[in-house]
Design a protein around this ligand. Structure first.
Ligand code: AMP
Length: 212
């Protein structure tokens, strides 16, 4: 099964994707994580991506699509995957559809997590990530037991540069799923909208139910 998770930055896509992957065994493919990994390792791709990421803008389609297609060509993605942060626009969606079609597959579900703008701004400001294992936390909604320390692995928690308030507003403006992208999946008959303004557990249950 191939699934895309859609929603604005801060809707909880990353957190929910980690939870759903753990519960369902679906492979979690996050283009944001892949870019951050490249930035950390100071690869050529990382240097290029960082120029856009630091401004809260999208990395150009040709770069992102190439990286994603390479990822889903690997054996562990043969049976299915859950895409988090991809596609961000119709060009990316069509590229993904075409790549899946060549192997007789398609996007089976597109799950849209919706959250109001004011709530998104509050959420993005409080987000922390473990430098070692990548687990996500939130100051208010999902705090670690000890501030600054990962519950799962004891690693150091940090805030993403693009979670700073000025960059958050740019990301919201530039990175909401465009209407055309939502239409793309509605027209394909695979769109399900999930109310993201509930507790983490309630949203996870709603998503898992939509995947049944
Ligand atoms: P995310 O973790 O999904 O919020 O992504 C972090 C940053 O990586 C975004 O602000 C973009 O700069 C870049 N990025 C991630 N996924 C994509 C994508 N599908 N297309 C373009 N840029 C992306």
């Amino acid at each position: 099964m191939f699934v895309v998770l859609l929603g604005p930055p801060g809707a909880g896509k990353g957190t929910q994707a980690q939870r759903i992957a753990a519960a369902s065994g679906l492979l979690h493919v996050s283009t944001g994580d892949m870019f951050r990994e490249n930035v950390k390792n100071q690869t050529g791709l990382g240097r290029l991506a960082a120029e856009y990421m630091d401004r809260g803008e999208l990395v150009p389609d040709e770069v992102t699509i190439k990286m994603l297609l390479e990822r889903i060509g690997r054996p562990d993605a043969a049976e299915g995957a859950m895409f988090d942060g991809f596609p961000r626009n119709v060009v990316q969606a069509v590229a993904l559809d075409e790549a899946l079609a060549t192997r007789g597959a398609r996007i089976d579900k597109a799950l849209l997590i919706s959250v109001a703008d004011e709530e998104l701004i509050a959420r993005l400001g409080g987000r922390w990530i473990c430098r070692s294992c990548g687990r996500l936390y939130h100051e208010r909604n999902d705090p670690p037991k000890r501030p600054g320390v990962c519950d799962a692995c004891g690693g150091e928690l940090y805030q993403r540069d693009d979670d700073r308030p000025d960059v958050v507003r740019t990301r919201l403006e530039k990175q909401k799923p465009p209407a055309g992208l939502i239409e793309h999946y509605r027209n394909a008959g695979v769109l399900r909208e999930i109310d993201g303004q509930r507790s983490l557990d309630e949203v996870t249950s709603a998503l898992l139910e939509a995947l049944q």
